[in-house]
Design a protein around this ligand. Structure first.
Ligand code: PLP
Length: 401
C-alpha cells in the first residue's frame, strides 16, 4: 500500500488526536525501523519507550507465537500460568510485592490510586503528586498529572489531589497531613524532561508516608524494566515504595500494565474492588516473561549501564561543540539533552537523515535507545546529531537552517 493511501484512510476514518509525521512504519527490528517506501531509520526512541529491548526481539516473538498456539486469552475467572510466573519474576526483582495486571500505564496508575484510597480508609483521601510529572490520560491519571495543558477542556478533575514542585522537600512537608492517602511520583520524570528525583526527596516521601500512614507510589512506567541499568528506577536511589506502577517496556512491545504492592497493602484489593478484563492474559504475560528472560540472558542491564556511559561521553563532546546544549542528564539509557532553544527542528532534521529521537517539554531531546543498542549504532546516531547541530548552530547564532 502506498503511503498516500494510508494517510487518506486515516484522514477519513481515524480520529486525528495525534500530531503524526506523514510516514507509515511497516517493519521494525532491534534499533531499526522501515517505512512503507523501504527507507531505513535508526530508532533511538523505540516505540516511545515501549520497545525497551528493541523492536520484535526474537525471544519475545517466539514466546508470543508459542503462547498464541496454546491460549491467547483467558478471563480471570480462572488461574493461568504465565500470569503467576510474571508476577513472581517482578516481585523477586523488586520489593517482594504482589501484582495486579492491566493493559497500560494509565490503568496501572488508576489501580494504584484506587488501592491507595481503599487501603488507607475514608479519613484519608488526598493524593499528592509532583509538578512536571506525567501519569497518563484517563481522568484519574490526568488529575495526578500536575501539568495544566493536560487538563484543558476536561474539568472538573477528580477531587482530592494536591500538587507540589518536584524534588522540593520543604513544599512536601508543608502540605502533608493525616488526610493524605498517597504520594505518587516518578523516580525519574520522563515526559517531564528526564528529571531525576534525589535520594533525599524519595526518602522524605517515604518517611512522611510512614509517619502519617500514607502510601508511597513510584510510577515506574517509563523508568522501570531495566531502562536505567537497574530493574527499576527507584533502585538507583534505594528507597522502596508501597506500590509501583509498570507498563511500557514490560511486554517487549505487547500491551501490558501492572502494579506491584507490598503484601499488606495488596490485601486491600479484595474481590469486587478492582478488575481488568484483559489484565494478566496469557499472551501479554508470556511476552513479559520473555522480555525479562531476554534482559537477563543477554546481560542487558550491564549493557544499559555501559552504553549509557558511552552515550554520555559522546553527548558531552557534542555539548563542548554546541553551547545550545545546556545539560545532559538522566540515568542509564534514560537520557535527556536540555537545549537552550526549542528542539522540534532538530528532531525533524534528524528524521530526514534517518534518525529517530524525541523532544519533550519543547526543549528536552529524549535519547532512550533499546537496551541492546551497540556502540556502532550509537556512533551512527551521534554522528547524525552532530551533523544536524552543525548545520543549525556551528559558528553562528543558531539561524543555520
Ligand atoms: C507513558 C506513561 C504513563 C501512561 O502510560 P499509557 O500506557 O500511555 O497509559 C504513565 N506514567 C508514566 C511515567 C509514563 O511515562
Amino acid at each position: 500500500m502506498e503511503t498516500k493511501q494510508t494517510l487518506e484512510q486515516f484522514e477519513q476514518f481515524v480520529i486525528a488526536n495525534y500530531g503524526r509525521l506523514p510516514f507509515v512504519i511497516n517493519k521494525g527490528q532491534g534499533s531499526r525501523i522501515w517505512d512503507a517506501d523501504g527507507k531505513e531509520y535508526l530508532d533511538m526512541f523505540p516505540g516511545w519507550a515501549v520497545s525497551g529491548i528493541g523492536h520484535c526481539h526474537p525471544k519475545v516473538v517466539e514466546a508470543i507465537r508459542r503462547q498464541a498456539g496454546e491460549l491467547i486469552h483467558m478471563d480471570n475467572t480462572f488461574y493461568n500460568e504465565p500470569q503467576g510466573q510474571l508476577a513472581q519474576m517482578l516481585s523477586e526483582r523488586s520489593f517482594g510485592g504482589k501484582c495486579f495486571f492491566c493493559n497500560s500505564g494509565a490503568e496501572a496508575v488508576e489501580a494504584a490510586l484506587k488501592l491507595a484510597r481503599r487501603h488507607t480508609g475514608k479519613e484519608k483521601y488526598k493524593i499528592i503528586s509532583a509538578e512536571g510529572g506525567f501519569h497518563g490520560r484517563t481522568m484519574g491519571a490526568i488529575t495526578a498529572t500536575a501539568q495544566p495543558k493536560y487538563h484543558q477542556g476536561f474539568l472538573p478533575l477528580v477531587p482530592g489531589f494536591v500538587y507540589v514542585p518536584f524534588n522540593d522537600v520543604a513544599a512536601l512537608e508543608a502540605v502533608f497531613d493525616d488526610e493524605v492517602a498517597a504520594v505518587i511520583v516518578e523516580p525519574i520524570q520522563g515526559e517531564g524532561g528526564i528529571k531525576v528525583a534525589s535520594q533525599e526527596y524519595l526518602q522524605r516521601i517515604r518517611d512522611l508516608c510512614d509517619e502519617h500512614g500514607a502510601l508511597a507510589i513510584w510510577d515506574e512506567v517509563q523508568s522501570g524494566m531495566g531502562r536505567t541499568g537497574k530493574w527499576f528506577g527507584y533502585q538507583n536511589m534505594g528507597v522502596e515504595p508501597d506500590i509501583m506502577t509498570l507498563a511500557k517496556a514490560l511486554g517487549g512491545g505487547v500491551a501490558i500494565g501492572a502494579i506491584a504492592a507490598r503484601p499488606e497493602v495488596a490485601a486491600s484489593l479484595v474481590p469486587g474492588t478492582h478488575a481488568s478484563t484483559f489484565g494478566g492474559n496469557p499472551l501479554a504475560c508470556a511476552a513479559g516473561i520473555a522480555t525479562i528472560e531476554a534482559i537477563e540472558q543477554e546481560n542487558l542491564l550491564e549493557n544499559t549501564l555501559e552504553m549509557g556511559q558511552y552515550v554520555r561521553e559522546k553527548l558531552g563532546q557534542l555539548q563542548q561543540k554546541y553551547p545550545v546544549i545546556e545539560e545532559v542528564r538522566g540515568v542509564g539509557l534514560m537520557l535527556g539533552i536540555q537545549l537552550g532553544q526549542a528542539g522540534a527542528e532538530i528532531v525533524s532534521r534528524c528524521w530526514e537523515k534517518g534518525l529517530r529521537i524525541n523532544c519533550t517539554q519543547e526543549t528536552v531531546l529524549r535519547f532512550m535507545p533499546a537496551m541492546n543498542v551497540t556502540r556502532e549504532l550509537i556512533d551512527r546516531a551521534i554522528g547524525i546529531m552532530d551533523e544536524t547541530f552543525g548545520e543549525k548552530y556551528a559558528g553562528d547564532n543558531g539561524n543555520g537552517f
